[in-house]
Ligand binder design. Structure first.
Ligand code: THU
Length: 135
């Protein structure tokens, strides 16, 4: 675990939630299933999975599904994110998701994992150092 990643977070619980919701992904076109688990400021976990569409460009990533669910549930402050894919090494969020996450949590600690148990950690500012700052 990286030294920039907070130790007071239950990463095992968050990773397990991301891996579990990955099983609900709707990905009949890419067959690349993604699960995301956001830890809210009061230690609730809100999950999301990718939802593809036969019009491929309408696909929504797991991370943005999780953000939408969290905001709809009244959460806007997040302590951490776990993302689960089948990739090795574990895959980071796409650019669109980085921008979406940055809107709410610029310093978000992120754990990437896969079913084999590999882990990588980042902080969003490192993955996405120069966000669009608004007009
Ligand atoms: N995907 C995510 O869910 N999150 C990302 O950050 C990158 C890509 C999904 C979209 C699509 O359903 C599949 O992975 C392949 O691109």
């Amino acid at each position: 675990m990286s030294n920039v990643t907070p130790r007071d977070i239950d990463w095992d619980r968050l990773a397990a939630a991301a891996l579990e919701v990955r099983g609900k992904a709707y990905a009949p076109y890419s067959h690349f299933e993604v699960g995301a688990a956001l830890l809210t400021e009061n230690d609730e976990i809100v999950v999301g999975c990718n939802v593809e569409n036969r019009s491929y460009g309408l696909t929504v990533c797991a991370e943005r599904t999780a953000v939408g669910s969290a905001v709809a549930a009244g959460y806007r402050n997040f302590k951490a994110l776990a993302v689960a894919t089948s990739a090795s090494p574990p895959a980071p969020p796409c650019g669109m998701c980085r921008e979406t996450l940055q809107e709410f949590a610029p310093n978000l600690p992120i754990l990437l994992t896969n079913p084999q148990g590999e882990r990588r950690t980042f902080v969003l500012t490192d993955l996405f150092p120069e966000p669009f700052a608004g007009p």
